[in-house]
Write a protein that binds this ligand. Structure first.
Ligand SMILES: Nc1ncnc2c1ncn2[C@@H]1O[C@H](COP(=O)(O)OP(=O)(O)OP(=O)(O)O)[C@@H](O)[C@H]1O
Ligand SMILES: [Mg+2]
Length: 256
C-alpha cells in the first residue's frame, strides 16, 4: 500500500455532489471531522443526510467532489475505507432469535477475531447489557436493541463509526440509553458521524454540528458558535439565550 494514513482529520469532504436523476440532492458539501470527535449532521427529512453517509461508507458513488475517511479516498480506496468504518442504520441489524451475547459472538467470529466470547462479554458490560446478554433479542426494548446494534458495530474496533439516525423511533428512555452508549464511544478515540433530525440529540452528543440544507452545509460549528449566530432576544429583565432550535429555524425556515 502506498497510501499512508494521514493523522488528521478522520473525515474530509470537499465539493460533494449527488443527484438522483434530475433531483440535485448534494450541491457541493464540504466538512471535516476531527479524530475522536462526535460530529452531528443535522437536516430535515430528505435533506441528504443518508446520501452523505452512504457515499462516505462507499455504498454510493458521488457525482463530483472528494471524500476521505481515515485517510483513504472513498472512490479509489473503497476496500480500505470499509476496513476503517462501521455503519449502523436506522433499523437494527441484530438477529432477534439469538441472544444478545450470541449476536456479538457471531459477528466476532465472522470477523475472525480471537476470543469472541471475551469480546462479547466486554461489549455487553460497556453497554450495560450484561444481565440481558443471555436473553433473546426478541425480548429487548427498542433502546436495548439499538445499543446492541451499536455494540456490534464496534467489534473489531473501527476508528470511524457512522450512526444514521440512531434514535429515530425510540421512546425518550430509549433515546437516553442510546445517547449514553454513544457518549461511551468518545474518550476511546473513536470518531463518530451521526445524522439526526433531533436538535436536542445534536445538542447532547455532538462536539460540532453541521446543518445540511438545500444541498449544502449551511453552518458548521460548536453548539456555542451556532447559538452566537443569533443575538440573544432581549427582554426587559431577562436575557434569553437562543436554543439550537431557534438557530435551526432561523436558518432553515419554519417550513423546512
Ligand atoms: N435511491 C434514490 N432514488 C431517488 N431519489 C432518492 C434515492 N435516495 C434518496 N433519494 C432522494 O434524495 C433526497 C435525500 O434523501 P436522503 O435519504 O439522503 O435524505 P435524509 O436527509 O437522510 O432524509 P431522512 O431524514 O428522511 O432520513 C430525498 O429527496 C430522497 O427522496
Ligand atoms: Mg436518512
Amino acid at each position: 500500500m502506498t497510501a499512508n494514513k494521514v493523522p488528521e482529520p478522520a473525515i474530509h469532504v470537499r465539493g460533494l455532489e449527488k443527484s438522483y436523476k434530475e433531483v440535485r440532492v448534494l450541491r457541493g458539501v464540504d466538512f471535516e471531522v476531527a479524530r475522536g470527535s462526535i460530529f452531528a449532521l443535522l437536516g430535515s427529512n430528505g435533506a441528504g443526510k443518508t446520501t452523505v453517509v452512504k457515499i462516505l461508507a462507499t455504498l454510493l458513488k458521488a457525482d463530483a467532489g472528494t471524500a476521505r475517511v481515515d485517510g483513504f479516498d472513498v472512490a479509489t480506496q473503497p476496500a480500505d475505507v470499509r476496513e476503517s468504518i462501521s455503519l449502523t442504520g436506522q433499523f437494527a441489524a441484530v438477529d432477534a432469535i439469538l441472544t444478545g451475547r450470541e449476536n456479538l459472538v457471531l459477528v466476532a467470529r465472522l470477523r475472525h477475531l480471537k476470543d469472541p466470547g471475551r469480546i462479547a462479554d466486554d461489549l455487553l458490560e460497556r453497554f450495560s447489557l450484561t444481565d440481558a446478554g443471555t436473553r433473546k433479542v426478541s425480548a429487548y426494548s427498542g433502546g436495548m436493541r439499538r445499543r446492541l446494534d451499536i455494540a456490534m458495530s464496534l467489534i473489531g474496533d473501527p476508528p470511524v463509526i457512522f450512526l444514521d439516525e440512531p434514535t429515530t423511533g425510540l421512546d425518550p428512555q430509549g433515546r437516553v440509553e442510546v445517547w449514553q452508549a454513544v457518549k461511551e464511544l468518545t474518550g476511546r478515540g473513536t470518531t463518530v458521524l451521526l445524522t439526526t433530525q433531533y436538535l436536542d440529540e445534536a445538542e447532547q452528543l455532538a462536539d460540532r454540528i453541521a446543518i445540511l440544507h438545500q444541498g449544502r452545509i449551511l453552518v458548521n460549528g460548536t453548539l456555542a458558535e451556532l447559538k452566537r449566530l443569533l443575538p440573544p432576544a432581549k427582554a426587559e429583565y431577562v436575557e434569553k439565550q437562543p436554543t439550537l432550535e431557534d438557530v435551526f429555524l432561523a436558518l432553515v425556515g419554519t417550513n423546512a
